[in-house]
Design a protein around this ligand. Structure first.
Ligand SMILES: *Cc1c(COP(=O)(O)O)cnc(C)c1O
Length: 375
């Protein structure tokens, strides 16, 4: 059993993926080939926004948007403490200050109450200008955009949705990567929609922002004259090959993979909910199940369960073993665990189970009965 079986997916989609890859090889348009635009149009359509701008990875997507908004030194960018490093690192690398916010214990997403408190604190201190909120759709579940948007409106902040793990998720039918002022995602292989290397994208309804981002991802070149650089940009492109691989993968994602992971999650929850804390999906929310993460009583129980599952050849992962406030790169912010009680507790208690669209019923039962016998 694999934690995320990318090989099983390739075997299923091989003819179509191979055909599209061969076409790119034969056509030799390796940079900005027609597959890139085809993919961007399909993804924008699926998400329900006007523009999709692809780029080299999910981290660049976040950074490009922050650059487009002019975020830099003296600006405060608020994000979750319990996430992958890039949600905050993309702001720090531009000279802005990442303000880490504690999360909700049941959804694992940024806690709106703690967010508002953090904004008030920054305003009171008077050193930084609050600029952007970066909610993360952790493990596939959209953040609480109803409340986050109200807070953003109250304080005049921009919202950048980090949908790297949430692509395919929704709230009352509105899809992930359409929330806030603009959104980003990642096509890293293990994400809900992954390619065979690095890739990412930005989503926006703003026509001018679309032009701006297309320039920024290509060295800041002018849309009219590619040898006139109007801005200081990056070199951040999605390879044609990756777009060609993503096209058939996206078809499978929409037509049955999202259903399959939701069915797997339903079975896990049914088989485990009396024994451990299973993921909470609020009413009206739909997850793309980047991870299926259970909560154990304490670190001792989590570590014991993980070790015993290894003996049963059941792979699990700890996402995440530390909060961003515990990262060495942020040690100089001097943030103690007491500021982040929920994240600190979660890092000792979370355990992510094997989850992907090709997980068999037998494997799901094996995981459930393994956990039941150990606990
Ligand atoms: C993976 C991830 C990213 C970064 O994506 P890359 O494509 O690896 O650069 C950003 N935010 C979150 C929440 C992620 O999980």
């Amino acid at each position: 059993m694999q934690f995320r079986d990318l090989g099983a997916q390739y075997q299923r989609l091989k003819p179509e993926i191979d055909r599209r890859v061969q076409e790119v090889m034969a056509g030799s348009k390796f940079i900005f080939g027609p597959e890139v635009k085809e993919l961007e149009d399909k993804l924008a359509d699926f998400v329900g926004v006007k523009h999709c701008v692809s780029c080299a990875n999910g981290t660049d997507a976040l950074q490009l948007l922050l650059m487009a908004w002019g975020v830099g030194e003296g600006d405060a960018v608020f994000t979750s403490d319990f996430t992958f490093f890039a949600s905050a690192g993309s702001a720090s690398i531009l000279g802005a200050t990442a303000i880490l916010v504690d999360v909700d214990e049941r959804t694992f997403n940024i806690c709106p109450d703690s967010l508002e408190k953090a904004i008030e604190e920054v305003l009171k201190e008077g050193k930084l200008t609050p600029k952007v909120i970066v909610p993360v759709d952790l493990f596939g579940l959209p953040a609480d955009y109803d409340r986050i948007q109200k807070i953003a409106d109250k304080y005049g902040l921009l919202v950048m949705e980090d949908g790297a793990q949430g692509f395919g998720g929704a709230i009352r039918g509105q899809r992930v990567c359409s929330f806030g002022d603009a959104a980003t995602t990642s096509f890293f292989p293990a994400k809900p929609l992954g390619c065979y290397g690095d890739g990412g994208a930005i989503f926006t309804n703003d026509d001018q922002m679309d032009v701006h981002l297309r320039s920024l991802r290509a060295q800041g070149r002018s849309p009219e004259d590619k040898y006139d650089n109007q801005l200081i940009g990056m070199n951040s492109r999605l390879d044609t090959l990756q777009a060609a691989i993503l096209l058939p993968k996206f078809e499978a994602f929409v037509s049955y993979e999202l259903d399959a992971v939701n069915e797997a999650a339903r079975k896990y929850t049914e088989g485990l909910q009396d024994l451990v804390i299973t993921p909470l999906i609020p009413e009206g929310y739909y997850s793309s199940w980047a991870q299926y993460t259970i909560l154990l009583k304490d670190r001792a129980q989590r570590d014991m369960l993980k070790a015993k599952l290894v003996e049963l050849k059941i792979p699990t992962m700890v996402y995440y073993p530390r909060g961003l406030h515990q990262q060495t790169a942020y040690a100089d912010m001097g943030l103690g665990d007491d500021r982040f009680p929920v994240t600190t507790s979660l890092t000792g208690r979370v355990l992510s189970l094997p989850m992907h669209p090709y997980l068999s019923g037998e494997d799901i039962n094996k995981v459930i009965s393994g956990i039941r016998s150990i606990l």
